[in-house]
Structures are given as structure tokens and as C-alpha cells.
Design a protein around this ligand. Sequence first.
Ligand SMILES: [Zn+2]
Length: 263
Amino acid sequence: MVVPEEPTPARVVTAAAHGGTEAQLRAWPRRPARLATAVVEDLVDRIVGGELAVGSALPTEPVLCEMFGVSRTVVREAVKSLEGMRLVRAQQGLGTRVRSVEDWDLLSPVVLSASVRHDAERSILEDLISVRRALESQMAAEASRSATEAQLGHIEETLSKLLAEDHDTARFFRADLAFHDAIMEVSGNRFGRAVIRTVNTEAFRSLRYIGEPTLEDMRQSNREHQEIFKRLRARQDAKAAQAMDQHIIESWLKRRPQVLPHR
Ligand SMILES: [Zn+2]
């Protein structure tokens, strides 16, 4: 594969897609984006998995080029991405070193998905459940206060689909996400919704997160979904929040393979 070492001149793109307004956007010079992405994913996995330990130096540029069979441009691009994810820091005279775990940008999807993958103690999954409990309960309360009749109708539709999917796990998971997402959308909390969506997208790739629910588990879960909707429709914001919180923690306790000390 030929990779351009010289950046091509920036192109100017006209975007008229949004709201009919024409904006002139300066396009990035063409970059070997996909190649760099593959290198990034590999390096993120080695860092998060501990093969490249905290404090250790990344291999030098020529070594990385050799390792991945890519050009310096690609390696530099990849290392820049790692810096952006706060996984490594370039320091003069010290090379590029792996930063401490506390610095890592867990909301970067690549870092999050690697963290879930390598989360042997399930501490990331536990944290993730805490975040879902806090944010989704609050958003359920907001939704119950502010939902219009049409919005309640939309949530009810997603609930009906979910109730019809209690015999197929893959379809159930999709319908479950859609129901939770409809409530978050109605809450109007766009940032909270964005956080939960990022978290869920990566977590749902992990079998340890989704477990293997039985038919009875799915039916129990759906009774909880109905309770959440009942409280929403009755405009009982505190009870809607409580029903959401219980649903998230209880379904987690059920699918979590072993009980960990309470955090
Ligand atoms: Zn659910």
C-alpha cells in the first residue's frame, strides 16, 4: 500500500446539508486514516491490557514502523491519537511514555472498549452501572416531568416492542436499548444521553456485561420496564427515578456472575 508522506493541499468543501446554510469547511489533508486506526487500536489494546505498562516507553518510531509495516506518517498519526486519548505523553529526552491509568480518557470509545475487554475484576463494569443508575434515574425523573402526550406515546411504542421481544436475547437487547434511549431523549438531557450511549455501545459488546439472560430474566426485566413507564405516565417523577434505579441495579445483580463486595 502506498501512503503519501507529503500531506496533500487542504481541500475546501461546501456543506449545505444542515439547515440550508452554506458553510465553507476546510477539509483535513488526506490522511492514511484507516491504517492509523488499526495501529491505534492495536496499541491501545497493548496499553490497556498492560503489555505496555504504565510509565514504560513506547517503542521508537522506526520500531513501530517495522512492527506494523507502515510509514512514519502513519505511526506519527497513531501516536498523536494516543496522546489525544491521554494514554501516552511525549517528553523531551524521555521518549513517549504510557501515562497513569487515572489520566486515560475512558470516554474515548477505543479506550473504553479495551478497558471493558481487559476488565478482569469487572471494576469498570461496576463503575459503568453506577453511572447508569445516577444518570438514567435522573433522566427518568426529568422525562416524567416534561414529557408531552406524543412523547409518552413514543416511549410506550418502544415498550410494546420490548414486551414482544422477550424470547430472543439479541432482539431483546436492541429493544431494551431503544426503550431506555427513548426516555433519555425525552428528558432533554443531551449530554447525559450522549454519555450513556457511548458507555452502552462499548459495554454491550462484552458478554460479561450483558450476561446470558433466561426467559424468566427477560420477563422480570420487562415487568420492571412496565413499572418505569407506569410511573412516567403518572408523572410521579421520584417514583419513576426509583423504578429506573432498581431496574438497572437488579438486572445487573442478576447477570453478574458472582457477587463482589459492596462498593
Ligand atoms: Zn432495561
